[in-house]
Design a protein around this ligand. Structure first.
Ligand code: PLP
Length: 359
C-alpha cells in the first residue's frame, strides 16, 4: 500500500477496507451487496441507525442532538446553514481563519447579513483567530468557525463560549481526531472523506431545536427539517458511504475511542513537527507552533525548485499527496486518523535522507 498523505479523499484504515471487501458481494448472508439494497429495507435501516447512534455514543451521548446524513459535501452546508438559520432580521458571525472559512462566509453573504467575529487574515492565516472575547450583537443567529483549516494547517485548541448563541463548526478535516464537547456546539458538519469514510456523505450533528424551523420558502431538499423528520431517508441516502462510516466508527472504538485516537494522532504529529523543527531550517513549519494542526502539517523549503524536487523524489519512493494545496504552494502531509504511525516514520526517514543529499 502507498504511503498516503492525501488531503481528501484520504487514507482509510486497512482493516476497514478489508472488512468491507469480505462482505462486498454478500452482506451478512443476504446474497446482495449493501449497495444493492433498498434504503427502505430493514437491513440497510439497521446500518443507518446504528451509524448515527455509534457517532453520538463516541461523543458521549449528549441529550437533544440528532445526526443527519446528507449529500453535497461540506460546500453545500456553507449555503444550507444560512438558508436555514440566518433568517430575516438576524446576522451571523464568521471567524475568518483561512481558505475554507472564507468559502463558508462567501456563501452566507449570498443569503443574509454577516459580520467578521474574529480574523487572522493579518497574520496570513498562519495562526488561529483570537476567539476569547467575541463581541456578538443581540440579533446574532450563530457564530461559525472552521475547527481545522485543511489548506493552511491551523487548528483550534479550544472553542469559544458563545452563551445562548449557537456555535457552528465546519469540522470536515478534524472531526473525531480528538474528543470534544458537543454540548458547546449548536451544529457541526463535515464532509466524510477525511476522517469518517468515503466521499459522497456529509454528516450534520445538531441540537434538535435548530433542525425544526426551516423558513417556509425553502425547497424541500434544502430544509434541515425535511431530513430531521425523515431520519435522513427523505430521498435515497448515500448508503454505501454510510455503511463504510459505520465500519470506520467501529474501528475508532477499537483504537480506544477518541481518547485513544487523539493519543496516536499526537504521537504522529509530534514526530513530524520535531523532524521539521530539528532540521536546522532546512524544513520550515508554516504555522505558529501553538496553532499547528495535528491533521494537516504544512511546511516549506528554501525554494520552490527544492520543494518540487522533494515531491518528485518522494513519489518515486511510494509517497502520495505531499504537494501543498495549489492556492498556497509548499508542502503538506495530511495525517488523518487512518494514516498509520509507520507511514509517518517512513516519511521522516525520507525527509532526513533528502536533507542529507540536498542540504
Ligand atoms: N471544509 C473544509 C475544512 C475542507 O477541508 C473541505 C474540503 O477539503 C471542505 C470544507 C469542502 O468539502 P466538500 O468537498 O465535501 O464540499
Amino acid at each position: 500500500r502507498a504511503f498516503n498523505f492525501n488531503a481528501g479523499p484520504a487514507a482509510l484504515p486497512l482493516e476497514v477496507l478489508e472488512r468491507a471487501q469480505a462482505e462486498f458481494v454478500d452482506f451478512q448472508g443476504t446474497g446482495m451487496s449493501i449497495m444493492e439494497m433498498s434504503h427502505r429495507g430493514a437491513v440497510y435501516e439497521g446500518v443507518h441507525n446504528d451509524t448515527a447512534s455509534r457517532l453520538l455514543k463516541l461523543l458521549g451521548n449528549p441529550s437533544g442532538y440528532q445526526v443527519l446524513f446528507l449529500q453535497g459535501g461540506a460546500s453545500t452546508q456553507f449555503a444550507m446553514l444560512p438558508m436555514n438559520l440566518l433568517t430575516e432580521g438576524k446576522t451571523a458571525g464568521y471567524v475568518k481563519s483561512g481558505s475554507w472559512a472564507n468559502k463558508a462566509l462567501k456563501e452566507a453573504k449570498l443569503i443574509g447579513d454577516t459580520f467578521i467575529a474574529s480574523s487572522s487574515e493579518e497574520d496570513k492565516y498562519m495562526s488561529t483567530p483570537d476567539v476569547s472575547r467575541l463581541q456578538l450583537p443581540e440579533n446574532t443567529a450563530y457564530v461559525h468557525l472552521t475547527s481545522n483549516e485543511t489548506i493552511e494547517g491551523t487548528q483550534f485548541r479550544e472553542f469559544p463560549d458563545t452563551g445562548s448563541v449557537p456555535l457552528i463548526a465546519d469540522m470536515s478535516s478534524d472531526i473525531l481526531c480528538r474528543p470534544f464537547d458537543l454540548n458547546q456546539f449548536g451544529l457541526v458538519y463535515a464532509g466524510a472523506q477525511k476522517n469518517l469514510g468515503p466521499s459522497g456523505l456529509t454528516v450534520v450533528i445538531a441540537r434538535e431545536e435548530l433542525l425544526k424551523n426551516s423558513p417556509k420558502h425553502l425547497p424541500t431538499m434544502f430544509r434541515y427539517d425535511t431530513h430531521a423528520e425523515s431520519n435522513s431517508l427523505y430521498n435515497t441516502p448515500p448508503s454505501f458511504s454510510v455503511y463504510m462510516m459505520n465500519e470506520v466508527l467501529k474501528w475508532i472504538e477499537e483504537q480506544g475511542s477518541l481518547e485513544g485516537i487523539e493519543e496516536k494522532n499526537r504521537e504522529k504529529a509530534d514526530l513530524l513537527y520535531q523532524t521539521i523543527d530539528n532540521s536546522g531550517g532546512f524544513y520550515r513549519g508554516c504555522v505558529h507552533p501553538e496553532d499547528r494542526s495535528i491533521m494537516n502539517v504544512t511546511f516549506r523549503m528554501a525554494s520552490e525548485e527544492l520543494e518540487k524536487l522533494f515531491v518528485k523524489e518522494s513519489e518515486k519512493e511510494g509517497f502520495v499527496g505531499l504537494k501543498g494545496h495549489r492556492s498556497v504552494g509548499g508542502l503538506r502531509a495530511s495525517i488523518y486518523n487512518a494514516v498509520p504511525y509507520g507511514s509517518i516514520k517512513a516519511l521522516v526517514d525520507f525527509m532526513n535522507q533528502f536533507q542529507k543529499s540536498h542540504g
